[in-house]
Design a binder for this molecule. Sequence first.
Ligand SMILES: Cc1ncc(COP(=O)(O)O)c(C=O)c1O
Length: 400
Amino acid sequence: MTDLFSKFDALIQQREDLLATGVTDPFSLVMEKVLSPTVAICNGRETILLGTYNYMGMTFDADVIAAGEEALKTFGSGTTGSRVLNGTYQGHKECEEALKDFYAMDHAMVFSTGYQANLGIISTIAGKGDYVILDIDSHASIYDGCKMGDAEIVAFRHNDIEALEKRLKRLPPEAGKLVVLEGVYSMLGDVAPLKEMVRVAKENGAMVLVDEAHSMGFIGEHGRGVAEAQGVIDDVDFIIGTFSKSVGTVGGFCVSNHPKFEILRLVCRPYVFTASLPPSVVATAATSIRKLMHGSNKRAHLWENSKKLHGGLRKLGFQLGTEEPQSAIIAVIMPDLERGAMMWEALLEEGLYVNLARPPATPAGMTLLRCSLCAEHSSEQVDEILARFERAGTRTGIIG
Ligand SMILES: Cc1ncc(COP(=O)(O)O)c(C=O)c1O
């Protein structure tokens, strides 16, 4: 018998080698208590959270919590059914209305996660004989959506406009084409040149889908994302997003102005063949989305935090993923996985949580300490974060 687990041997060895150095396992941390969007208790210690996707700090918003509690009491703990059978409650429709208002678009479809939104939309609209042209650094859910739909995958170099154009020009003019882009790429926190890429896609007869998971709520005048900030939102055919980041709960969605969009509710398997979100979740999401429409002060404060942290880390001598702050994600590049894990642990001992990211999730085999800021981080917390980075970086020899 072939042990089907033998394919994981290299990964098991890598993990064992890392733990043999005596470092805490960076992938099994427990949040023992969460005190606010920016502070939790980890290993019994009060810890500043700099590795959540809670960009707009909505998880403890009083209105959001009240809406969730009310829906839990009124509609129960779960729907126990698919959106197309017994699983569409008033709350799901209200959530879709909130999304339509937020994006000023005609259609919105709520999924149980953002992962399923990509899986569902991409696999349903791009099938056999069609082409999906995507950035090589695309999220796993985008790749998985392509595989499930059986379209030809054509990858191009990260954020390279010319490479996208070259690939498009080589494809049969009559074939169905979907260009898939992200607003913010979550590993390095860099922004896509959507203005040019959307133009190139349209000139070559392709439809465009933009995943704004890491930009919704924060980037753009109304928080609609990078497509809004770069003035091309009206040319984008589908926007994918998630409730697990700025919205502060769980769930995913697609918004669109396509006149035939609603048919997707009947043919999109990751929408049809799974239970819908619990009533409390859609109530918190709808309340949060409506509040994000009026979040311009929070957006401005988050930009201040991002600039301050980026400038401060660079001054301390850390190597960063982007020259300038482009989003709420600031990636600190580590020399290798071992030293990255050491630095991650040293920061945790200082009372600071960041995300350790390693290949294959990262581009170019990099090990990263990914810092994601929250609009609820105070300016004093950012000062404290920088002081902790300085102490941990000196102690581990990463700087100085
Ligand atoms: C770009 C991107 N798209 C989609 C998702 C999936 O979101 P969800 O957590 O709602 O499944 C993520 C999550 O990390 C993401 O980074």
